[in-house]
Every structure is written in structure tokens, then in C-alpha cells.
Design a protein around this ligand. Structure first.
Ligand code: PHE
Ligand code: FE
Length: 288
């Protein structure tokens, strides 16, 4: 998950975050000290993995499930993944690379990694007491939620374009809007497959409760993806989303976000902000 560290004016600060930022390089990367993972850490990975693995077949999108199968040739669920092994597969699939980081990063650092097809991936795993809920994203969220989606060529290209667009958004005062786009696509996005909503957002894929809720439940407002509508809409960071945006394909996402956003950011300043639970007459509801 990418928590809105940026939205709260804490850009560039990593104090108060949970990872160890004391031994990193200038680009915020660290080494994965594999032998530092304890039996408890490994057991946490296995249990999280097994629980979530049961849920994805009828709820995750096809591209996700294909990539997970590929990763499972590494016995992905048996122990905490090793960066070098996963990178070998990822390089071959989409020329992306995972880089180990202590946790959340300042926006500019995060964007510049993405722009170079490097996905910042957290090295620590949650404590057993936090099995069901964590505030900051850990390695389970990153490896189980994000990594399989980066095997998809259109998502891989979208993420790179997002990184490139981030620098520009920072200059143009568009970060707030860009953060919402990330949230409603990469973290909480749904894609329509054979008439059904399926998860491709990492925040959903790594959460047992929200995976069921977002795909199966009657409650949430599931609407066709609309770029401006998504960028106008506030999001919730400590509850299930009220609104999910459903794309038709990953190609649609890439194409609709390809145009220059400069004018869009200015137009958005004059449009109303929408609450997370707003229903508009123009929303196109997608059946489940
Ligand atoms: N096209 C956007 C711009 O010009 C960049 C972008 C691409 C942003 C993809 C998000 C996702 O700013
Ligand atoms: Fe994330």
C-alpha cells in the first residue's frame, strides 16, 4: 500500500516510520539480510500466504493468477521470497527489478525508482500480533499484492509512466490527484473479466477481508473507471473503500493515462472534491 505520507505534508521525512532507515544508500535501497528473518517471520509469511492463496482463485484477475503460478515454481509460499530469485523471473517477464527498501519512501525517490522500472519493496514483515491488519505496508503486501501484477506488461508500463508523471505532478501541484489515481488503480483497482469484477489492486489482493468485500459484497459502489472522477475522489486509509473503480482492461488504464496531465491538474483545481462514498448520477455502476 502507499499510505498518503505525501498528502500530510511529510514529504521527505521518514521519521516515525517503522523501517530501519539508518543503513541505506542515497536512493534509499538496503540489502535484504535474509538470515535476519527469524522462524517467527518465516511462519508469519507461510500463514499469511496460505490464507490468502485460498481466496484469490475466484477473486483475483487472470494475469495475477498466471504470475502467481509462475512464482510458485520458486515455492513462493514456502518461505519469505529472495529478491534475486524473484528478480530473475521479473526481468525476463517485463524488465522490472525489485529493489529492497526500509519502507515508505519520499515521493521523489519513489517516483524515480518507478521511472527506471525499479519497484521499491519493503524488507520487513509484520509481527504476529498484526497478522490481520498493519498500518504501513510490509513485505507480504509488496510480494503478494504488487509483485505478481508487475509481471503484466501493461501494468509494468503504466507504473513506469506513473513514475515519470510523478516528477511533473510535483512541479505542477498535482500530487494530490496523482496519489488518488495510484490508490484507486494500483492499490484498490478492479478489472472486469467475463462480466465479473476481479481484483488487481495490491491493497485488495493482500487483504483477506477486503478481497472478499470488494469483489463479492453488495455494499460497495463499483463504477466504471473514469480518470477525472477517480482523481476527484478522496479515499479512506483505515477502512474498506466505499468506491472501487473498474477498468475494462489494463490497456485501457495505460491509454487513458497517457495524455499530458498538465491541463488536467489545473482543471481539477476548479472541480469539487468528492467524498469516498459519493454517488453521482453519471456514475456507471458495474454489476458483480
Ligand atoms: N500522462 C501523465 C502526465 O503527463 C503521466 C502519468 C502516466 C500519470 C500514467 C499516471 C499514470 O502527467
Ligand atoms: Fe502498496
Amino acid at each position: 500500500m502507499r499510505e498518503p505520507v505525501d498528502l500530510e505534508g511529510r514529504v521527505g521525512r521518514t521519521k516515525g516510520l517503522r523501517g530501519d532507515y539508518s543503513r541505506m544508500g542515497l536512493d534509499y535501497t538496503v540489502h535484504q539480510e535474509y538470515s535476519a528473518y527469524t522462524d517467527v517471520h518465516q511462519d508469519t509469511w507461510r500463514r499469511l500466504y496460505a490464507r490468502q492463496r485460498e481466496l484469490v482463485p475466484t477473486r483475483a484477475c487472470a494475469a495475477y493468477l498466471r504470475a502467481l503460478d509462475e512464482l510458485e515454481t520458486l515455492r513462493y509460499g514456502d518461505s519469505i521470497p529472495r529478491f534475486d530469485q524473484v528478480n530473475e523471473k521479473l526481468q525476463a517477464a517485463t524488465r522490472w527489478e525489485l529493489v529492497p527498501v526500509p519502507g515508505l519512501l519520499p515521493d521523489d525517490v519513489f517516483f524515480s525508482h518507478l521511472a527506471r522500472r525499479r519497484f521499491p519493496t519493503t524488507v520487513w514483515i509484520r509481527d504476529p500480533e498484526e497478522f490481520d491488519y498493519i498500518v504501513e505496508p510490509d513485505l507480504f503486501h509488496d510480494f503478494f499484492g504488487h509483485v505478481p501484477m508487475i509481471f503484466s506488461p501493461a501494468i509494468a508500463d503504466y507504473l513506469q509512466a506513473y513514475g515519470e508523471g510523478g516528477m511533473k505532478a510535483a512541479r505542477l501541484g498535482g500530487l494530490k490527484y496523482l496519489a488518488r489515481l495510484y490508490w484507486y488503480t494500483i492499490e484498490f483497482g478492479l478489472v472486469r473479466e467475463a462480466g465479473h469484477p476481479r481484483a488487481y489492486g495490491a491493497g485488495i489482493l493482500s487483504s483477506p477481508a477486503e478481497l472478499r468485500f470488494s469483489v463479492d459484497a453488495e455494499g460497495p459502489h463499483r463504477i466504471s473507471f473514469d480518470l477525472i472522477r477517480a482523481m476527484q475522489t478522496r479515499y479512506l486509509i483505515d477502512d474498506f473503500q466505499k468506491t472501487y473503480f473498474v477498468i475494462q482492461s489494463f490497456g485501457q488504464l495505460f491509454e487513458e493515462t497517457a495524455p499530458d496531465f498538465s491541463l488536467l491538474y489545473r482543471a481539477l483545481e476548479r472541480l469539487p472534491e468528492l467524498e469516498a462514498d459519493t454517488h453521482l448520477p453519471t456514475d456507471h455502476t458495474v454489476g458483480g
